[in-house]
Design a protein around this ligand. Structure first.
Ligand code: SF4
Ligand code: SF4
Length: 60
């Protein structure tokens, strides 16, 4: 079971995670990233690496 956490304090809604994730885990809602399909996560960690604000944490 993978947990996809977004820190909504530091997320600025840039959309990089939406563009980066190969399986469309994220959507932008009200200028914040929301992990809408965390069960799809492949634990590739691209989103963690690419987020400019370090707002994403993938927990296995
Ligand atoms: S890449 Fe980071 S800052 Fe940008 S929308 Fe995603 S979580 Fe927010
Ligand atoms: S770790 Fe990979 S598959 Fe999982 S949410 Fe991030 S980019 Fe998507």
């Amino acid at each position: 079971m993978v947990e996809v956490k977004v820190n909504s304090e530091s997320c600025d809604g840039c959309g990089t995670c939406v563009d980066t994730c190969p399986v469309e885990v994220f959507e932008i809602k009200d200028d914040k990233s929301v992990p809408v399909k965390p069960d799809e996560c492949l634990v590739c960690r691209a989103c963690e690496v690419q987020c400019p604000n370090g707002s994403i944490e993938i927990i296995e």
